[in-house]
Design a protein around this ligand. Structure first.
Ligand SMILES: Cc1ncc(COP(=O)(O)O)c(C=O)c1O
Length: 395
């Protein structure tokens, strides 16, 4: 991917344990040193004069951070608010949707487990139904995926919930045509964008989802505890504050009720939000489009080797249409937890295994700090572990 000295330079700019082949950017991200330094500088500034920082300056500081993020994700700054993470953003939105008995929320079988639970919880409370459309792998085509999802729409479907990039299978889903169809059918679209910002280009206004929540602390390289909730202007009035505070019936309304309702949630450390513009600058100053594409190329070069070691089929083509900086491969064992432990304990490879649709999956993330040696370590581990685990699985 890069000259050896260049990859060394990249590793030096992150804070990760040099003994670990860290192939799990996807779970919690990793923050580069200059972005983390700015985050800590902001925290010290807050403590220097908390009243000035969280009182007099709060609004302007948050507005500036929102403006930078909005520009990056192709949105208006008054249409998004910072949240600590995607789980919170999606809860804020979903809990405001007044589901009725018999309503259906349609999702796919590639959703993140915590959000499956959120919808099951909300549907149980309302007497509604949570329906998961299977998307079969290997993926055939975008049209096929759209049809697989859409075939589960009924006249009771109120919400279409879908991941932009899926957690277990690391696939970029063709959400745009589904959003358009749902809008025509009067169905509310809720997109889980946890993995998208920073990994693929985003233009939320063009995408047109009703509700979109994403993380800055994963692929945008921001400090942990930074994400956003974006809501299409026409439906912002239906989103209740999850935490009711000064912004409801505000004495000093800003131009946006949406921002008033959701931005101030009581005293909290907003430094991670305020460091997001620095993370954006970091990506832009380092030509992140090229970094991403180099990571994708490296991943695409190694996936066939890993498939050869496992003897399994790819979940999708290696085109950037389906994969960005993460790829998932199937592992021929049911012992998914033991396999993950063996990878880490025996080889120092950090990568998650997931038990999904009765099979073990292994998700590999590649970011700027990864070099060929990290991926070669995984290749060697797979060649040694797969025969052991395959034998044990069939024993
Ligand atoms: C698809 C997807 N959605 C949501 C989340 C939750 O992210 P967070 O814990 O930051 O809320 C994850 C976490 O990995 C995810 O993969």
């Amino acid at each position: 991917m890069r000259e050896p000295n260049e990859s060394f330079a990249w590793k030096e700019r992150f804070q990760l344990d040099p003994d670990v082949a860290f192939l799990n950017h996807g779970s919690f991200g990793a923050c580069p040193k200059p972005v983390f330094a700015e985050y800590q500088r902001i925290q010290r500034e807050l403590e220097l004069q908390p009243v000035r920082f969280l009182g007099r300056e709060f609004r302007d500081r948050m507005a500036a951070a929102r403006t930078a993020l909005a520009e990056y994700v192709g949105a208006d700054a008054d249409d998004l608010v910072y949240v600590p993470n995607t789980t919170t953003g999606l809860n804020m939105a979903a809990q405001s949707i007044a589901l009725r008995p018999g309503d259906e929320v349609l999702a796919t079988d590639h959703e993140y487990g915590a959000l499956d639970r959120m919808w099951r919880f909300l549907c149980q409370k309302a007497g509604a139904h949570y329906v998961r459309a299977p998307i079969s792998v290997p993926i055939l085509s975008a049209e096929h995926v759209v049809e697989e999802v859409w075939s589960h729409i009924t006249d009771r479907t109120r919400v279409l919930f879908i991941s932009h990039i899926t957690s277990p299978t690391a696939l970029i889903l063709p959400i745009q045509p589904l959003i358009e169809r749902a809008r025509d059918a009067g169905i509310t679209t809720v997109v889980d964008g946890a993995h998208a910002p920073g990994q693929i280009s985003l233009n939320l206004d063009e995408l047109g989802a009703d509700i979109y929540s994403g993380n800055c602390h994963k692929w945008m390289l921001a400090p942990k505890g930074s994400g956003f909730l974006h809501v299409r202007r026409g439906i912002q009035c239906m989103i209740d504050p999850l935490v009711v505070s000064w912004g409801w019936e505000s004495d000093e309304p800003s131009g946006s009720q949406f921002v008033d309702y959701h931005e101030w949630q009581g005293t909290r450390d907003i430094s991670a939000f305020l460091a997001v513009p620095t993370a954006i600058d970091f990506m832009q100053n380092n030509d992140w489009t090229s970094v991403r594409s180099r990571c994708h190329t490296l991943l695409s070069e190694f996936v066939p080797q890993w498939l050869e070691a496992t003897g399994e089929d790819a979940l999708a083509s290696l085109s950037p249409k389906w994969l960005a900086q993460m790829a998932t491969i199937a592992i021929p064992t049911s012992r998914w937890e033991a396999f993950k432990a063996a990878l880490y304990d025996g080889y120092g490879v950090e990568a998650p295994t997931i038990w999904w649709n009765d099979r073990t999956l292994l998700r590999i993330s590649v970011n700027a700090y990864n070099d060929r040696a990290d991926l070669e370590r995984l290749t060697a581990a797979l060649h040694e572990l797969i025969p052991q685990f395959r034998e044990e699985a069939s024993a």
